[in-house]
Design a protein around this ligand. Sequence first.
Ligand SMILES: [Zn+2]
Length: 124
Amino acid sequence: MIKFILYLIRWQLSTPIMAPVIAYFTHSDKIFGSPEDWFATSMANLVGGCIFFWVDRFIFKSKAIEQWEVIKSGKCYDCGQRGWVRRLVLAPSGYNRVKDPAPEYRCKKCSQKKLRQLKKRKEI
Ligand SMILES: [Zn+2]
């Protein structure tokens, strides 16, 4: 419940940016928007927050979607190349490396190779 309330507050933080923009595009008399513009924007953010809390939760926590962990400057486990590396954390098939004590990150090329191996072995 706390996360939901924080999420709604976060959505309201965009109101000071959106209300003047909406006022501009609706040719409002007031450059920063009327009280109605602010109220409407605030209500839109409330409705949007109530909807997208669940959408975001599905996207970021669902086991129906692959989850990857990315490091911008890491070292590839296979080839040793430094730079952008990633690892598969969760896959819809039940592949779960959330609590992997020794996570293995790979560069894009090695990651794709590893992914093909996992698919071949039907692990994902
Ligand atoms: Zn590599």
